[in-house]
Design a protein around this ligand. Structure first.
Ligand code: 48F
Length: 263
């Protein structure tokens, strides 16, 4: 065979086009490829749902690569270690109730599992807005508005494209970026005490970890919050390089959305 560069180009264009077209009507759009988004994606895609994940950066993994302050180990607790063990990671006990995991192994494994389970990953792609519709007199998010990250970073005036989804998972971490856009641009109330984003509080790992799965829920018709975004939305604390809550949140949001998609 003679290697023809034009065939390489066509192969890439065709495959990306196929993936894009297959993502026009998603069951679930996940925004953010950190640990909560990846875990949610893996648990949804393995059940056969049409799931895509949008990540602004080139690499998946969000804030998990660097462990704590670039010392690249993460800590998880007893109730979440099984999530990492199930995907084949070595989880090492450290004292009573603490477990450590290599941060790079955890990040790459969660990313790999999500991809292999069938999550359609759009890296280098930013979600800049949502699509709103009134369904039976109730406003609901029915899609996402995306743009290429280099366009966004360069501040170029290029219009975005739009994809449809039954559910959106807001997993953008500390900035809660997509939900912020929703409340800034629209006269809407969230399912939070103030109806708005409550805002993240300082470090209190124990409370924050307990709250992350509890705060993982639907905050607006069609929109679930997961991971650190869930805590920031409901006004809870940050927790630093303890990742149990992120993983439990990813599993919980997948279970809740799967039940609704099946129901
Ligand atoms: O921050 P991130 O890792 O979110 P997470 O899954 O996990 C939080 C932990 O990493 C850590 C912590 C807990 O131990 O406090 O911070 O909640 O990943 C969020 C990802 O979302 C991407 C961003 O680049 C990051 O990789 N992201 C943010 N906004 C957008 C986005 C956007 N508008 N479009 C696409 N991706």
């Amino acid at each position: 065979m003679q290697l023809d560069e034009r065939t390489v180009t066509k192969a890439i264009l065709d495959r990306y086009h196929e993936k894009f077209i297959a993502s026009l009507d998603l069951d679930v759009a996940i925004v953010g490829g950190g640990p909560s988004g990846l875990t949610a994606g893996y648990h949804l895609a393995r059940q056969g749902f049409n799931v895509a994940l949008f990540e602004r950066k080139l690499s998946l993994g969000g804030g998990m690569w660097g462990g704590g302050m670039t010392y690249n180990f993460i800590v998880v607790q007893e109730d979440s270690r099984h999530i990492l063990e199930e995907v084949g990671l070595a989880v090492e006990p450290y004292g009573e109730g603490y477990y450590t995991v290599d941060a790079v192994a955890a990040t790459t494994t969660l990313a790999s599992k999500a991809c292999l389970a069938g999550v359609k990953v759009f890296n280098c792609m930013s979600v800049e807005d949502v699509v709103l519709r009134e369904v039976e007199d109730v406003k609901r998010v029915t899609g996402i508005v995306i743009n290429s990250s280099p366009v966004e970073l360069a501040g170029l005036h290029v219009d975005p494209l739009t994809l449809g989804c039954k559910f959106l998972i807001e997993a953008t971490g500390h900035p809660v970026e997509v939900l912020k856009t929703l409340v800034r641009k629209n006269d809407v109330r969230l399912n939070t005490p103030s109806g708005q984003i409550e805002g993240e509080q300082s470090m209190w790992a124990e409370i924050a970890e307990a709250n992350t799965p509890l705060n993982t829920r639907e905050v607006f018709p069609g929109v679930y919050v997961a991971g650190m975004a869930a805590n920031a939305t409901f006004g809870s604390y940050r927790m630093g390089p303890v990742f149990g809550g992120m993983l439990l949140s990813g599993v919980k949001v997948a279970e809740e959305i799967a039940a609704r998609l099946k129901g």
